[in-house]
Design a protein. Sequence first.
Length: 99
Amino acid sequence: MDDARSARSYLTEWYLPDLGETAVDDIVARLDAAASEVTVEGTAVRLSVTLSVPTDEVLYGLFDADSPEAVVTTCQRAGVPHQRISTHVIARIAREVPM
């Protein structure tokens, strides 16, 4: 993933009841740790963004990775296998701009 052109973005979705801030923090910590392990083993993957929508009981994770398999492995290793993964994702995240 050193070459930005080789990394792609993948969107994962989880449908989770009782999706509170503490639960999200725990899941993100586990995903970050798993992504670090997978990367150290030679397959680059990084959790870039998470977005939770508690009223819809959904959590989204945007990963940058060399392959969708790297994302699947990361989620499984974190103990939160995704329920859906989108493999053709174009993400534009605005930088903070004063209002």
